[in-house]
Design a protein around this ligand. Structure first.
Ligand SMILES: Nc1ncnc2c1ncn2[C@@H]1O[C@H](COP(=O)(O)OP(=O)(O)OP(=O)(O)O)[C@@H](O)[C@H]1O
Length: 570
């Protein structure tokens, strides 16, 4: 592919020294950084690479794919694309011994969960102590551990800089305090290329992400700045970006054929979303995109899962029939796996001791909320922690021969007492177990999350294994084990595969990605709505998120909103 650079982009490309490149969605920041890498490669010595640091494995994969458009295969081998986590873990593993004389060990999340559960007191304090005194690092301590090494041990700093004389920092506006400290330490010896768009700061509810970050970079590192401003290579005829910018700035929406807003009655939502998806696909094909990629985005995972259900059915809309659409869902694997464990625990009910059966399920419910809180981007979720503790206490109460309090727990106990009889058909039995859960008030999100497992096709694999277990033993005694092992394998596949065609995900997950078409679906009745009363007018965080979501589109975006919703701009 050949790329022509605009004035500021060319200057940034040619400039020697520390730089910061600012630019909106699709302005070409990533591409520019790769072109610059290409320019710098001949100057690298053998064994040296350019380091590209990003936040998530998904973003790393995205950049790796992008390198193929810009760099030759040989050049591609001279750039190391890593998450902050992986980079820090490498430093800790290689040099951790230098901090305390003992080799650094990693406290993996599963283990951390167990240690945390058995620890009385503030886990964060204990976690920091484990890192400092025992050289045992939980994921959240990777960055600070690596920073200590780079800042305190000169040799380590020299080795890192010798290996990576140039470091590209992606999405810098979302850097946490610990990551920023690390970057600050690395800046002493390596050349930095900072990429940022302050208006794509969508993780600001995370209190480790500081809105002042770019000013801190300016104050402490004084990079030369280049603003790609209005450049827009993703959707060059500008309609999409102008529309998204108007949403961000809460000003009058420009007229454009590239973005359509549909107002739909709630009862027509499934059919309208389904029809819009197929319509958009056909439209893009007609415009010459041979294999369109389309993202269907919603604010919450619950709504994403619902939409997936809609696309899997047949609908009639305005007199036309629309058949099921095959699609991928980018999901939070850990949450769904934990939800599947709840269903599996019901499959394990033996009926011999209903209280013990129900207690195991309540324990699985507690673990679900534990995982939900543990994987949240913005740290533990207080409400999930409360639910975890409540269900854990109630599980114990049942084991101690006492009663349970939450309505959902009462329901589960009643079902265990009345007993279920499984028939040996894993599909039907899985559904029967899930149906029990569906009746449990307060546990709706577990049912939602477990649907993702079905969507992901993992149930076939689980079904096969459950069948074997039934044939062997006449019961599903090892269901939780089977589900856990199967989903662990499935998770690997889900991370390696690049989704194609229709892909559903929440808006946060869409960051850094691009698609030919995008459909943004707003929910109603408090679920996945854009402008909630909980957020202060003019709903800036939501506007940033919407801008990120809309600008993922190269050619066309459709926004589906409930009839009567608050206007996008006012
Ligand atoms: N100079 C250029 N000429 C032609 N196409 C370009 C150029 N720069 C970028 N592109 C194309 O535009 C799209 C967006 O580019 P890129 O991902 O680099 O932008 P970005 O600023 O990093 O975007 P975002 O912040 O939204 O993730 C890509 O498809 C890329 O191939």
């Amino acid at each position: 592919m050949s790329f022509e650079l605009s004035g500021p982009a060319q200057e940034a490309h040619d400039h020697d020294g520390r730089i910061m490149v600012l630019g909106g969605p699709g302005s070409g920041k990533t591409t520019l950084s790769l072109l610059k890498t290409q320019r710098l490669i001949p100057g690298l010595e053998s064994g040296q690479n350019v380091l590209f640091l990003s936040f998530s494995r998904a973003a790393v994969r995205q950049v790796m794919n992008r390198t193929k458009d810009v760099l030759t295969r040989d050049e591609g081998s001279r750039i190391t694309v890593q998450t902050y986590h992986a980079f820090c873990m490498d430093i800790l593993r290689a040099h951790g011994r230098l901090l305390s004389g003992k080799p650094a060990r990693i406290l993996f999340p599963d283990r951390e969960k167990i240690s945390k559960a058995s620890h009385d007191g503030d886990w964060k304090v204990e976690r920091d102590r484990l890192a400092v005194e025992e050289n045992l690092y939980a994921f959240d301590n990777f960055a600070s551990g690596a920073t200590s090494l780079v800042a305190q041990v000169r040799k380590v700093a020299e080795l890192v800089a010798d290996r990576f004389p140039v470091i590209i920092l992606d999405e810098f506006q979302d850097t946490s305090d610990a990551q920023w400290e690390l970057v600050h330490a690395l800046a002493e010896r390596s050349e930095l290329i900072v990429l940022a768009d302050p208006d794509q700061r969508i993780f600001e509810y995370d209190d480790r992400v500081d809105p002042e970050r770019l000013n801190q970079v300016r104050a402490l590192l004084a990079p030369v700045e280049f603003d790609l401003g209005g450049d827009n290579h993703r959707s060059p005829d500008a309609g999409i970006l102008n529309f998204a910018d108007a949403v961000l700035q809460n000003r009058e929406l420009p007229k454009t054929d590239d973005v359509g807003v549909m107002s739909v009655w709630p009862r027509s939502y499934p059919a309208a979303t389904h029809a819009a998806s197929i319509w958009l696909y056909a439209k893009l094909r007609k415009e010459g995109v041979t294999k369109p990629s389309i993202a269907v985005l919603a604010r919450t995972n619950g709504l994403v899962s619902e939409i997936s259900g809609w696309l899997s059915e047949t609908h009639k809309f305005q007199g036309k029939e629309y058949g099921p659409v095959s699609h991928d869902v980018l999901w939070d694997a850990e949450i769904s796996a934990a939800a599947a464990q709840v269903v599996a625990s019901i499959l394990e009910w033996s009926g011999v001791d209903p209280s013990s059966d129900a207690a195991s399920t309540l324990e699985a419910v507690a673990s679900f909320f534990d995982v939900k809180s543990a994987v949240a981007t913005n740290g533990p979720i207080a409400s999930a922690v409360v639910l975890r503790d409540r269900y854990r206490v109630n599980a114990q109460a049942l084991r101690d021969g006492k009663g349970v309090r939450p309505i959902g727990a009462k329901w589960i106990l009643a079902k265990a007492v009345s007993g279920v009889s499984f028939v040996g058909n894993p599909k039907a039995d899985w559904l029967a177990a899930r149906t029990i859960l569906e009746g449990a008030s307060g546990l709706e999100e577990i049912v939602q999350a477990v649907r993702f497992v079905r969507l992901f096709g993992a149930t076939d694999e689980i079904g096969g294994q459950l069948s074997e277990q039934w044939d062997r033993a006449g019961n599903y005694g090892r269901a939780t084990d089977i589900v856990r092992r199967t989903l662990d394998q499935g998770r690997l596949v889900s991370e390696q595969r690049e989704p194609q065609g229709f892909v559903l995900m929440n808006m946060h997950k869409s960051k850094g990605k691009e698609f030919d078409g995008v459909i943004v679906v707003e929910g109603h009745l408090h679920r996945g709505v854009f402008f909630s009363e909980r957020e202060e007018y003019p709903h800036l965080a939501t506007r940033r998120l919407l801008r990120v979501a809309i600008t993922r589109a190269r050619h066309k975006a459709i926004i589906i909103r409930p009839m009567g919703a608050v206007p996008l701009t006012q």
